[in-house]
Structures are given as C-alpha cells and as structure tokens.
Design a protein around this ligand. Structure first.
Ligand code: FES
Length: 69
C-alpha cells in the first residue's frame, strides 16, 4: 500500500488482544521459496500456533480461546 505520491506508507505492527500480529503498510511477505505473497498491504500473522495456514492467522485462536498477556 502506497500513497499516490509514491511515498512509502510506514508499516505498523499491532498486537491484537488474544489474537494475531496485524501488519499494515508497505511490507512484502516472501515465502520459503523466495516468492512474494500478495496480502494487499494488510496481513495477520498467527501468534497462537494453531493456524492451519501458518504463518497467517486463520482465526483458529478464537475457537481455541487463545489468551495472551
Ligand atoms: S493468532 Fe489467529 S490463528 Fe493463531
């Protein structure tokens, strides 16, 4: 995600309460094969370890009742 003047949008990482790490801004996700995965400037990384689509959150944390300090 970029501004129209091509100035990069700073990335932010938000720790969601009892949920994923939400990354928003100009970031690239590169898989283990070196391929870029397009997540549209917003990606949630699993923090609970239960996702079936790691490293991404698939909302499994909700059903599992994941809690974090
Ligand atoms: S944080 Fe959402 S599935 Fe793990």
């Amino acid at each position: 995600m970029s501004n129209t003047d091509q100035t990069p949008t700073p990335a932010t990482i938000t720790i969601r309460p009892n949920g994923p790490l939400l990354v928003q801004g100009d970031v690239k996700v590169i898989n283990s094969a070196g391929e870029e995965i397009d997540r549209g400037g917003r990606v949630a990384f699993c923090r609970c370890g239960l996702s079936k689509t790691k490293p991404f959150c698939d909302a499994s944390h909700k059903a599992a009742g994941f809690t974090a300090e």
